[in-house]
Design a protein around this ligand. Structure first.
Ligand SMILES: *Cc1c(COP(=O)(O)O)cnc(C)c1O
Length: 491
């Protein structure tokens, strides 16, 4: 179906049907077409609302909508003409007509504007200095002073003792599981609401993931669901080798109870802090709670090395061993000698240089993302269709991604909101699809809250909004006004 076929309506349509058609399309307009196929006018939500206020009813046909002089262009017009019209009249779209006056296409303003993306890298000027130093000294590869410096500086920032710089957060999780001796058939508990990278390394090791639900307040692992999982596993006379607790969207999980439970069963926590670097929980840095914690410097994270990760711990031999495994596990000898399987997981000295520069500006990046979130909240907080996540007490979230929930019973679904935002050149995304819903993990066990799965509910209602630390005030104002428009138009 062409965009014109999708949006075209005829005048016998009722207001109710027109509203439904508007709800179902991403662009937010309809094109009213004559019986002989000629374009008559565009119809927006606002037009229909005014029509209703003027006395029309839901069953009234749209034929009596007052005529307007719609801006259109001809097929032969250069593209800039449409853009000039949109700028001059503040329009989002201009229909393209053929010689007979039939609509053949629609020019969208987003075709001309830079889209606002969800979460993009934000370099300072410091990264280039570290990278240049690596070039000047020919420490391009493999290891070198930037790798050591990045590890030392990150450990100092997190107030942990040791860190190993790796090629990705996924690699860090994999080495953490190897460290806790996860092998074929071993059970590992893992937050269900997360990115697939949290759980994949369990499968690399031949382990069996068992997923645990979220708590409604923090979105992170629910202590009561974790207890349920432990009780059930104990009844089966088994124990997990580790529990992967994920800190989502820049919020730390609630470790007081999680640590108590895992401590009781003597099972280590692997803290997946890929999304929470810079956050704190009760005064301590996120990434310092697990027996081991993992970080990611992927391109969308709060700081990035374009790709990279880190494994941190207070246990020196464990980190030393992870470094050794990450560089192919060479035994002590004057020749190539190997007794265990190794990996090529070490971060390069160039990328570590980017990381050192990024780490210097981490506090600024945290402040900027927090400010984006608080601007959304003050700009949209009065809309009762939207719910927000609060910080845990005595804790600070980074709001790596600003996430909203559409209230139960809202006419707006996440998919519709995301599609509408896209028509304004604003990228938004669904919340992570929980692991227990993935075909990949169809046979895995899942422990949810007794009165319904929280993570399913968050997935069904959650939307991640653009959250880059480089978002300008104008961009934030645009996003807020567009969301207001979309949410208030959805009845
Ligand atoms: C990004 C992310 C990862 C993976 O990190 P990579 O560096 O991309 O491998 C793991 N867990 C979570 C929760 C993430 O968001």
């Amino acid at each position: 179906m062409t965009i014109v076929q999708e949006l075209a309506v005829t005048e016998d349509l009722t207001v109710r049907d027109a509203l439904e058609r508007l709800d179902a399309n991403a662009i937010g307009i309809l094109l009213l077409i004559d019986l002989d196929g000629r374009f008559r006018r565009t119809i927006t939500d606002g037009d229909l609302r005014r029509y209703l206020l003027g006395g029309a009813e839901l069953g009234t046909p749209i034929s009596k909508l007052p005529p307007i002089e719609a801006c259109t262009v001809r097929e032969s017009d250069p593209a800039e003409i449409a853009f000039d019209l949109m700028r001059k009249h503040g329009l989002r779209h201009v229909p393209v007509l053929d010689e007979l006056g039939k609509a053949v296409d629609l020019r969208l303003r987003t075709e001309y504007e830079q889209p606002i993306l969800l979460s993009i890298p934000h370099m300072s000027e410091l990264e280039q200095e570290y990278v240049a130093r690596a070039f000047d000294s020919n420490w391009v590869a493999p290891l070198g002073p930037n790798v050591d410096g990045f590890e030392r500086e990150m450990a100092a920032y997190l107030e942990v003792d040791h860190a190993a710089a790796l090629v990705s957060g996924t690699a860090a999780l994999h080495l953490a599981l190897i460290n806790f001796d996860v092998g074929p058939g071993d059970i590992v508990f893992c937050s269900s609401l997360t990115f697939v990278a949290s759980a994949n390394p369990i499968v690399y090791q031949g382990g069996t993931p068992v997923f645990v639900d979220s708590a409604p307040g923090s979105w992170n692992m629910s202590a009561s669901s974790l207890e349920l999982a432990f009780d059930e596993i104990r009844r089966q006379k088994k124990m997990p080798k580790a529990v992967i607790v994920v800190n989502l969207y820049g919020h730390s999980a609630d470790y007081d109870r999680l640590q108590e439970i895992c401590g009781h069963f003597d099972v280590p926590i692997i803290e997946d802090a890929a999304e929470s670097l810079g956050a704190t929980y009760k005064g301590r840095k996120s990434g310092s709670f697990g027996e081991m914690a993992t970080l990611s410097f992927n391109g969308n994270k709060i700081i990035t090395t374009s790709g990279g990760g880190m494994l941190v711990s207070n246990n020196a031999p464990d980190i030393e061993k992870a470094r050794w495994l990450s560089t192919q596990a060479k035994d002590e000898a004057n020749y190539y000698l190997h007794s265990v399987v190794g990996y090529n997981y070490r971060l390069s000295n160039i990328l570590a240089g980017i990381g050192r520069g990024q780490l210097k500006v981490l506090p600024d990046r945290v402040a900027a993302r927090r400010s984006v979130y608080s601007n959304y909240r003050s700009g949209l907080g009065d809309l009762d269709q939207i719910e927000w996540i609060d910080e845990l007490p005595e804790s600070r979230a980074t709001h790596w991604l600003s996430v909203i929930l559409l209230r139960h019973g809202s006419n707006l679904t996440p998919d519709t909101l995301i599609a509408r935002l896209a028509s304004y050149g604003v990228e938004a995304r669904r919340v992570w699809n929980p692991m227990h819903r993935q075909p990949l993990f169809a046979s895995a066990d899942y422990y949810s809250a007794e009165n319904g799965s929280v993570s399913d509910d968050l997935f069904e209602r959650g939307v991640c909004l653009p959250s880059s630390s480089s978002l300008s005030d104008e961009e934030q104002a645009k996003i807020i006004s567009v969301i207001r428009k979309i949410v208030t138009a959805a009845r």
